[in-house]
Ligand binder design. Structure first.
Ligand SMILES: CC(C)(COP(=O)(O)OP(=O)(O)OC[C@H]1O[C@@H](n2cnc3c(N)ncnc32)[C@H](O)[C@@H]1OP(=O)(O)O)[C@@H](O)C(=O)NCCC(=O)NCCSC(=O)C[C@H](O)C(=O)O
Ligand SMILES: [Mg+2]
Length: 292
């Protein structure tokens, strides 16, 4: 099943108002955070609030991820134990740098008997994580790892490496492309990181369009004001969907049955374009099924 992942909204697990508000927001998914947006003193409260919010099952068709604390923190075991019991769609693990990190998460989920439907997502946001992205993605071939996708983390990368986050992101483009290639080589999803300038919707829209063109499935968000522009950027335009249907229809014609390439509206179209058209239609249908 294709799942739209145009927009996944982060919110601090300690913010009860945000957890409630997310039930009505038109994001494709939500990320209930226990890590950087939650102060150390508020970790236990946030954990309890997230457990309750997920148990209430009030988020409808939105994909629900819980971001736990990193493996070098004192909180991750309690976070993961709560998440295993709460049964979100997935657990997002920050600052993963090695396959050993993935194994530690998988082993803990097995130990607590977590349902196999709970997927693991990892943030690629350390220098070692970026360098090892291909090996991390390859670990998804082992189903016990539960690995479903990557989330790019520009803030932590910038913090560790000194690579600056500037408009246009020129300095980060090589590593972003590297992460997209690693994810796609192993059939994983990949989401872009957040944009902090909440008041600059125009700049945000440019960054969404850039992420889409770089091959990301969607973007992680930090504020409800970002949802609409993000969904717009990652929704296939109606004319693309209409053209995709035309490509499929053309290859379904009996006279084209044995052909690998045809001419359509003055352009060459090959069967690989028919495959891409199927994906465009599947995403458009999945978005429509979300009622958006
Ligand atoms: C950034 C914020 C702290 C701003 O909060 P606030 O000042 O309260 O914003 P507003 O007054 O404009 O809020 C208006 C209403 O919207 C609700 N709201 C705000 N943010 C969210 C949200 N994220 N989810 C759901 N609802 C939200 C407010 O409650 C208001 O509601 P109402 O009462 O009806 O008026 C805040 O936006 C925030 O905390 N954002 C998320 C921060 C976060 O999760 N950060 C972690 C992810 S980013 C990251 O980790 C970086 C990554 O790892 C990397 O390395 O790059
Ligand atoms: Mg981070």
């Amino acid at each position: 099943m294709i799942r739209p992942r145009r927009s996944l909204l982060f919110m601090p697990g300690s913010n009860a108002r945000a957890l409630e508000k997310a039930r009505l927001l038109h994001a494709d998914g939500i990320i209930l955070d226990l890590e950087d947006s939650v102060a150390p003193d508020a970790k236990a409260t946030a954990r309890a609030q997230i457990a309750q919010a997920v148990a209430d099952r009030g988020y409808g068709k939105r994909e629900v991820l819980i971001r736990i604390n990193s493996l070098d923190s004192p909180w991750w075991v309690d976070d993961l134990t709560m998440a295993g019991k709460a049964r979100p769609d997935g657990v997002l693990v920050p600052k993963v740098s090695s396959v050993a990190d993935l194994t530690a998460i998988a082993d803990r989920l097995t130990d607590i008997g977590a349902d196999i439907s709970i997927k693991v997502w990892i943030m690629i946001e350390t220098a070692r994580g970026v360098l090892h992205a291909e090996g991390l993605a390859a670990a998804s071939q082992d189903s016990e790892m539960r690995l479903a996708g990557f989330v790019f983390g520009p803030n932590d990368i910038s913090r560790e490496t000194g690579i600056r986050m500037l408009p246009g992101r020129a300095a980060m483009l090589p590593m972003m492309t590297h992460c997209v290639l690693a994810a796609r080589a192993h059939g994983l999803s990949i989401l872009d990181g957040p944009y902090s300038d909440i008041g600059n919707i125009e700049g945000f829209a440019h960054e969404c369009a850039q992420a889409r063109d770089l091959g990301f499935d969607g973007k992680t968000l930090i504020h409800p004001a970002q949802i609409e522009a993000c969904n717009a950027a990652f929704t296939p335009p109606a004319e693309d969907v209409a053209y995709a249907r035309k490509v499929i229809a053309a290859f379904a014609q009996p006279e084209n049955a044995g052909r690998g390439a045809i001419q359509l509206d003055g352009r060459m179209v090959e069967r690989l374009h028919a495959e891409m058209a199927q994906k465009t239609i599947a995403i458009a249908d999945a978005i429509a099924a979300m009622g958006r």
